[in-house]
Design a protein around this ligand. Structure first.
Ligand code: FES
Length: 124
C-alpha cells in the first residue's frame, strides 16, 4: 500500500515531498481499514511499518520487521500493551518498542487519526 507524504502542518492539504530538517507526515488512508485488535503493514519511504488499531481505538506504529529474525510484526497478536511476533513469540511493548522477552527493540513511530478519519504517520 502506498502512502501520500505531506509536509508537517499540512496534513489535510495536498502536498508532497519532505522538508529538510522537519517531520514528514504520511497519510495511510482510513482508520477503518484495520479491524480493532489487528495490525497492517505499510511500506513508507523504504521502511516497513506495522500499524495497530487497539481494541480501544487507539493507534500504535512500530517497525514492521522483527529484530529477531525478520518476522512480520503486523501479523502478530496484540493486547493493549504488547505485540507478539508470530514467528518465535518475542513480545514488544507497543508504546516503547522494548522487548519484554529479551529481543532487540522495535523502532516506534508517532501515528494518529486526523479529523477526516485517516491514519497519519510521522517519520522524522
Ligand atoms: S522473527 Fe520475530 S520472534 Fe523471531
Amino acid at each position: 500500500m502506498s502512502a501520500q507524504p505531506v509536509s508537517a502542518g499540512l496534513v489535510s492539504a495536498a502536498g508532497s515531498g519532505s522538508v529538510a530538517g522537519s517531520k514528514v507526515l504520511h497519510i495511510l488512508g482510513p482508520v477503518d481499514q484495520i479491524p480493532f485488535g489487528e495490525g497492517r503493514a505499510f511500506g513508507i519511504d523504504g521502511e516497513q511499518v506495522a500499524v495497530f488499531r487497539l481494541r480501544d481505538g487507539n493507534l500504535r506504529a512500530v517497525s514492521g520487521v522483527c529484530p529477531h529474525k525478520g518476522g512480520p510484526i503486523a501479523d502478530g497478536t496484540i493486547d493493549q500493551q504488547v505485540v507478539v511476533c508470530p514467528l518465535h513469540q518475542h513480545a514488544f511493548e507497543l508504546q516503547t518498542g522494548c522487548s519484554t522477552t529479551g529481543a532487540k527493540p522495535l523502532r516506534t513511530y508517532i501515528v494518529f487519526a486526523d479529523e477526516a478519519g485517516n491514519m497519519v504517520l510521522e517519520l522524522g
